[in-house]
Ligand binder design. Sequence first.
Ligand code: DP6
Length: 422
Amino acid sequence: GSDEATKNWVLMVTAQCPTNIAVIKYWGKRDESLILPINDSISVTLDPQHLCTTTTAAVSPTFDTDKMWLNGKEISLSSGRFQSCLREIRSRANDVEDQEKGICIKKQDWEKLHVHIASFNNFPTAAGLASSAAGFACLVYSLSKLMNVKEEQGKLSAIARQGSGSACRSLFGGFVKWVMGNEANGNDSLAVQLASETHWDDLVIIIAVVSSHQKETSSTTGMRESVVTSPLLHYRSKEVVPKRIVEMEKAIKTRDFALFARLTCADSNQFHATCLDTSPPIFYMNDTSHRIISYMEKWNQFEGTPQVAYTFDAGPNAVLIAPNRKAASLLLQRLLFYFPPPSDTELSSFVIGDKTIVKDAGIAAMKDVEALPPPSELKGNAPSQRFRGDISYFICTRPGKGPVMFDDEDRALLHPKTGFPK
Ligand code: DP6
């Protein structure tokens, strides 16, 4: 009868959140459980077209526990980080009504109702690209929409922070600062947008996914060990980062690429130096990462002014930022010259994302990669070696927008009738 019908509804929302790359790094916590950092950090949000998480959050009286699926596989929600995010969002839930479906959820009902969450990354998890940032941002954002949470984006970022620190910066597009804050409860440790993605839209970002079989120390473990053992980390957070934050904000505001590049490279290098200063030392970059740095430094040196900025997180992959399309195509030519693909690779799977950069670089087929001349900074001294296969693939992208909701039910990852994965 009608009683059954009114109990079988499923209500859901689907949202998309971007990843971000820090140009002034977060490394070290002053509070482990609230995830409060020892310094401010600044990031660039990456275009969700190329790198993002999509999440569907659903509620139904038929669900008997909270459940989550990541890339189609059920995962546990028992960790403190998931529990914090769920608790914080639930406690801010409001009344929700869907007249069409005859659904009326009262504020207090949310404590008893269970949720299903399905998440999907549009980039390979195996690539070792930080997926926790987009993942926790999307979890918090989609649940907040489902539960009609009325907090502003900054407050949501402070909740996402409790899932993974870097996730708080994924609640905004463009250029974002995570303000460390100073309250013990963490309420003022949140993200603020410095500029939208349209403010500096000439920038082009190329990610080099470095081939590696090594299992790295997780960021969480690595930074805990650095906080305990690295004197350099404490000097960095107190003396170096505060000044760099001011300078980086200025570089972004005035679109000063030379300043932006110098700060980005210096900060990445200092972060990796604090890892070396940790006992026992942590190595995130490998020989390929180091080679990329040398080639980029040589190019910048030769031109006399920065053509490219590089930055590396807790792994060997390089994120390279060029000031415009012209510089990006010169950058891609260099990368493909030094790191050509193995002979059986398709161009279309070796350079992914925004393919127009490949076209700009004059590369239409693999034979064009093989025919690339040595970069001018080599001054006719052909290198003794090319490192074929040392980079798995490249992703061409740009600064991008923040979270968005999808109205289209086709994009949902859960079945609209059952609330289980499609
Ligand atoms: C090197 O945010 O992954 O990418 O807060 O413990 O989850 P937890 O760590 P996480 O650390 C990111 C570290 C970094 C630098 C950065 O993104 O700022």
